[in-house]
Design a protein around this ligand. Structure first.
Ligand code: SF4
Length: 414
């Protein structure tokens, strides 16, 4: 099984549309930063983008920049720069790579889009629903740029989302408005806000439908495609442009499903991925799995930008629900039920957990979950040790050997 074979992965034509979306997104930010308008807010990837957009801010998401530091494989040598100023190598390697890049004055935007640097913020807004690291990360930049930082402090390990959770979080969203209005120099128009929430919901629904197409056998897309196709859902939610992009993608996926055209030539095994991707190995992992006729078809990660609770008629409370119902915010009981449903829906033969060393928040294999789920469902699992950005924390050889052995195990079960 370890013999190399020629691997064919059928690229989606609409990947180009998504790529162009990201080019336009970064260029618009760059122009605004140079012109000094519109104002720019930095926001965490599952932060309150809808409020910011309704106040006229362009939104920059540092995590997407960090993911680019990962895919461009710049991150590993930049992390020590942040370590040298006190940020431990054990904490989020998005944070350390990004702060390291800033200190060195480098960015993957320079090569990718001929953009000199990240856009200067007028305000920074975080939500700790994903982790505490984002608060530290944004506070550091707030001091560097001498601009305000505001945030939402959420519950973690949430089982059932209750009215008490929603009251607290929606109040916090409402309390953000006044300081953000001060920076934006305008008032929040509720009709405009509702319209943005409606656009965000539509984007989320379309992205959800795109990901659900992977339930087809063979699947028209892979997790590795999803990691780049999700760009507009992260940075463009609340805009018509993101909706237009996902309509194109959905159309292509429907065509593929209609003609039984899978992303792989010969899909023999269907795998669920839990945890973050290894950004610097997306291509390598994509080819490795395809070479074993194994399609990693679905993931918790790409589904993180599905906000089905958003409701324009009740924007604050529905935002509170949408951003608290997220997988990463929830208890292990909830997560296990969620993954069980996904394994069933996507008809998966196996599950891979990425043990990302610097992101325990997006790692679910440390407290017995793989064993419990395997006992419950009979579906085998494999844990891959690695990291989202720090390539010193993984062994390519070990990963390859373990994945090959895992696929052999799945083969024997067939
Ligand atoms: S969730 Fe993980 S990767 Fe994302 S910002 Fe937090 S620690 Fe970093």
């Amino acid at each position: 099984m370890s013999e190399e074979k020629k691997v064919v992965i059928k690229r989606l034509k609409s990947a180009q549309t998504m790529g162009q979306f990201m080019v336009d997104y970064y260029r618009e930010l760059d122009q605004a930063a140079k012109a000094g308008k519109p104002k720019i807010a930095w926001c965490t990837s599952v932060g309150p983008a809808e409020i910011l957009r309704a106040l006229g801010f362009l939104i920059y998401f540092p995590e997407t920049h960090s993911a680019m530091l990962g895919t461009s494989r710049m991150a590993t040598e930049l992390i020590p720069v942040a370590n040298a100023i006190g940020y431990s190598p054990d904490i989020c390697s998005y944070l350390t790579a990004d702060i390291g890049a800033f200190c060195k004055g480098v960015s993957p935007l320079q090569k990718a889009f001929k953009i000199d640097s990240v856009p200067k913020p007028d305000v920074l807004v975080y939500n700790t629903n994903q982790c505490r690291d984002v608060q530290d990360w944004f506070t550091w930049y707030s001091e560097k740029f001498n601009v305000p930082v505001v945030g939402i402090h959420t519950y973690r390990g949430v089982g059932e989302v209750t009215d008490a959770h929603l009251d607290s979080i929606s109040k916090q969203f409402e309390n953000l408005v006044a300081p953000l209005e001060d920076v934006a120099d305008r008032k929040l128009d509720m009709d405009e806000f509702k319209q943005i929430v409606a656009l965000s919901r539509e984007c989320s629904d379309l992205w959800d439908q795109c990901l659900a197409k992977a339930a087809a056998m063979p699947s028209p897309l892979t997790f590795f495609d999803g990691c780049t196709l999700m760009g507009p859902a992260v940075v463009g939610r609340g805009t018509q442009k993101a909706i237009d992009a996902y309509k194109i993608l959905l159309g292509e996926l429907e065509e593929r499903v209609g003609s039984h055209d899978g992303a792989l030539e010969d899909e023999q095994f269907r795998i669920y991925w839990d945890g973050m991707p290894v950004w610097g190995r997306l291509g390598v992992h994509s080819k490795m799995f395809a070479g074993l006729n194994a399609n990693v078809i679905a993931s918790t990660y790409c589904s993180s930008w599905i906000f089905s609770a958003l409701d324009p008629n009740d924007p604050f409370t529905s935002m509170a629900r949408a951003y608290t119902e997220l997988f990463i915010v929830r208890s292990d009981d909830y997560k296990e039920e969620y993954i069980r449903n996904k394994l069933d829906f996507f008809k998966c033969d196996g599950i891979i957990y990425h043990n990302a060393k610097t992101c325990p928040n997006n790692t679910n294999c440390l407290y017995g979950m793989p064993q419990r789920l395997e006992q419950d469902t009979g579906i085998p699992s494999l844990i891959i040790d690695g990291d989202l950005n720090d390539l010193r924390l993984l062994s390519d050889e070990q990963t390859k050997t373990n994945v090959e052995a895992f696929i052999e195990q799945l083969e024997e079960r067939k």
